[in-house]
Design a protein around this ligand. Structure first.
Ligand code: SF4
Length: 261
């Protein structure tokens, strides 16, 4: 009997399969819970604060103070309280997390004036068939420029990758561009990664060729996933990412926290 192939996928799950097939199996097929981390919670809170800033405040009222207030609201939401409780952080760590989140939100205002943003979607969910797989993604923000063009913005709370290593971060937003093209019938003119910590924005222009290539690669990855499910063959692929992997205690490549072999 072969394993069930997932029916829908997020771009991040596709990326996980490329990095380590076994981690993909644990996450997407066995659906094992992944340990929360303070970094992930901080990222969620910053995204939530910026989402609330755009939904709850008209242009002219999207101030740093309003964003800071929305971050406070995000901290009080039940999901945040539950996540904080699960992390069991000491009080000082919670204070540090909150201060860092405030700095990240403040960093956003160095990158653009939100009063000038004409957004058509925030935390916008899109879904389409891509290369035989039902792909589902959530776009941080989709804007309409004054000339009627679409622009995707993705907020990043981590550090800017070293030169030559940006590709991984752009892979996800290229998927969002592909989803826009499939669902809205138009290719965004810019994909922007906003690194709130530095702060700096890196931008690329997706092309018809780059999106067609992504569609072909997705088809190939999907075929590989189907083969792996049919043969139940998901191999570990140890890398630096093992340090962040929630499944290390289940992984044959690691024994008692030490790399096997
Ligand atoms: S610990 Fe490393 S090799 Fe093992 S499943 Fe996780 S990412 Fe893959």
């Amino acid at each position: 009997m072969s394993l069930p192939t997932p029916r829908t996928m997020s771009p991040s799950k596709v990326a996980t399969f490329r990095k380590c097939a076994l981690a993909f199996r644990f996450s997407a097929i066995d659906r094992l819970p992944e340990s929360p981390t303070p970094q992930a919670l901080k990222g969620t809170l910053v995204h939530r604060a910026l989402e609330r800033l755009f939904w709850n405040h008209e242009p002219g009222r999207r101030t740093p103070g309003a964003a800071c207030g929305e971050l406070g609201e995000a901290f009080s939401e039940p999901d945040t309280m539950a996540a904080l409780a699960a992390l069991e952080l000491p009080e000082k760590a919670v204070t540090d997390l909150r201060r860092d989140a405030e700095q990240l939100v403040a960093g956003y205002f160095s990158l653009e004036n939100p009063d000038e943003v004409n957004f058509i979607g925030v935390e916008l969910g899109l879904e389409a068939n891509v290369g035989g797989v039902r792909l589902r993604g959530i776009i941080d923000r989709l804007d309409l420029t004054s000339t009627g063009e679409l622009v995707i913005t993705d907020y990043k709370t981590g550090r800017v990758p070293r030169e030559g290593h940006e590709h991984g971060n752009f892979a996800g937003v290229h998927y969002y561009a592909l989803l826009c093209e499939r669902v809205l019938g138009r290719r965004p003119v810019h994909l922007r990664l906003m690194y709130l910590r530095e702060p700096v924005t890196i931008s690329v222009e997706p092309t018809a060729q780059s999106l067609a290539g992504l569609s072909r690669r997705t088809e190939a990855i999907w075929s590989a996933i189907e083969r792996a499910c049919a043969s139940e063959d998901f191999r570990p692929k140890p890398s630096a990412l093992c340090g962040w992997c929630s499944f290390q205690s289940l992984c044959p490549a690691w024994v008692g926290g030490i790399r096997a072999g």
